[in-house]
Design a binder for this molecule. Structure first.
Ligand SMILES: Cc1cc2nc3c(=O)[nH]c(=O)nc-3n(C[C@H](O)[C@H](O)[C@H](O)COP(=O)(O)O)c2cc1C
Length: 417
């Protein structure tokens, strides 16, 4: 690792921050999916954390392992292991690693893509931070590790104390698949002899504060800290992308399908303002979309809030106003006295049936309209999440430009397009 790498990362973070203050209409977030491993190594070097490749844990014999096991808490090796595709779990792991290091713990942060299960089983304390992808699957980078962990010849985790933080998103998953990777790993580590030191925490899209509190609680215990450990979320260099999106204009939009085609595939050409986005082949980009003004007006009307201009503006860019999950059904049931909604909210099976086929929040609200305060209405929304697209261009061929191929999918769900 050279200082040149570190300077690059710092200037990248600065560029992202300054670019975030310009005025164009579409918000973009670059996700360095393909470069995660490299980024983890660079960030590890900045924070002084041991990362695979940067430092290896020395092999131990059993007597040595026993000696370490009896050592004071700060001498027990702590492995923070993450499974991530777009960086959320990685950012949490890096922040947890930095906090653990400040406590004086002997910590190593590792990507599941860069460590073997055998190596992981050598630690004494283990914190797993795992995101679920696909339909209840591991992120592609973590598949090999996951398969080895689930295999019949997986190494034992006897004597390893562990805890699992699971990241997921109810808008992407049914009940069974929500946070499934974290849940499966938690169960598997116990089967392999590990000792669960804390209950698993399952986080939805707005994960930061729940995850931060959980990590803080684990580190407080592991470091025998007299004061609760606070974890700095979003202040590490790794957070520059997601928490500091930059702006761009849509320079070109054309439908590549012929006039007679029943489908639409768009070529979108984006121009980030004054900023050469340093993407690599295979990277994804996250777009924060703007909500439909017709849908915003309909929701405000049902809630009796049509005259609230500030709320209408914030609904355009801040909130996910379409998704519907069981927790939102429960929250709405508390606002209305409708018995049918109360019944659905009380049963996971009925809720799964109700959500089948793509019902949205407005469908629920329109079924049992009730006047709400602005605070009550916004409490029903989830934070707007970026949508990820693979980049279809090369910086060498078209510098200063990002091209995407986007297939438009349109279908009717309960009378709405
Ligand atoms: C295409 C896609 C599929 C997903 N599938 C699931 C899923 O099956 N279960 C779940 O709980 N979350 C699912 N998620 C949500 C992610 O787990 C969540 O966004 C997480 O914060 C991503 O973390 P990462 O940045 O560390 O990869 C999915 C997200 C996307 C974009």
């Amino acid at each position: 690792m050279t200082w040149a790498h570190i300077e690059n990362v710092e200037s990248l973070a600065t560029s992202l921050r300054s670019a975030a203050s310009s005025d164009f209409g579409i918000f973009l977030l670059l996700c360095f999916a393909a470069a995660l491993g490299l980024a983890a190594v660079i960030i590890g070097a900045i924070l002084g954390i041991a990362i695979p490749g940067a430092r290896r844990v020395a092999a131990r014999t059993d007597p040595a392992r026993q000696a370490v096991a009896k050592a004071p808490p700060t001498d027990r090796p702590l492995l923070i292991l993450y499974a991530s595709e777009t960086g959320n779990s990685r950012e949490l792991a890096v922040a947890a690693g930095a906090a653990a290091q400040r406590l004086g713990l002997k910590v190593r942060v590792a990507d599941m893509a860069a460590i073997t299960v055998k190596e992981a089983a050598k630690t004494l304390d283990l914190m797993v931070i795992a995101s679920t992808w696909g339909e209840g699957e591991p992120p592609p980078r973590a598949v090999d590790f996951y398969r080895s962990l689930m295999a019949s010849d997986a190494p034992r985790f006897d004597g390893v104390r562990y805890a699992v933080l699971a990241l997921g998103d109810r808008a992407y998953a049914n009940f069974e698949n929500f946070c499934r990777l974290g849940r499966t790993i938690d169960i598997r580590l116990a089967e392999l002899g590990g000792t669960r030191m804390a209950e698993r925490s399952e986080c939805d899209a707005d994960y930061e504060s729940q995850a931060g509190e959980w990590i803080g609680a684990q580190l407080t215990r592991l470091g025998s800290s007299e004061t609760p450990v606070l974890v700095d979320m979003g202040t590490e260099p790794a957070s520059a992308g997601r928490t500091h999106p930059f702006d761009a204009v849509v320079a070109e939009k054309s439908n590549l399908n012929g006039a007679g085609s029943t489908t639409s595939t768009y070529h979108l050409s984006l121009s980030p303002s004054d900023f050469d986005v340093p993407y690599e082949p295979g990277d994804s980009i996250g777009l924060f979309p703007e909500n439909d003004s017709g849908l915003i007006a309909e929701i405000l009307s049902v809630a009796g809030l049509s005259s609230n201009v500030a709320l209408r503006d914030s609904m355009r860019t801040h909130y996910d106003i379409t998704s519907l999950t069981l927790s939102q059904i429960k929250a709405y049931a508390a606002f209305t006295s409708d018995p049918a909604i109360a019944k659905i909210a009380a049963s996971e099976a009925l809720a799964a049936e109700y959500l089948e086929g793509g019902r949205q929040l407005i469908d629920l609200m329109a079924a049992a309209p009730v006047r709400l305060s602005a605070e009550q209405l916004t409490s029903l929304f989830r934070r707007l999440q970026p949508r990820l697209y693979s980049i279809a261009s090369s910086r060498k061929a078209t510098p200063g430009q990002i091209d995407l191929l986007v297939a438009a999918i349109a279908y009717d769900a309960f009378g709405r397009l």
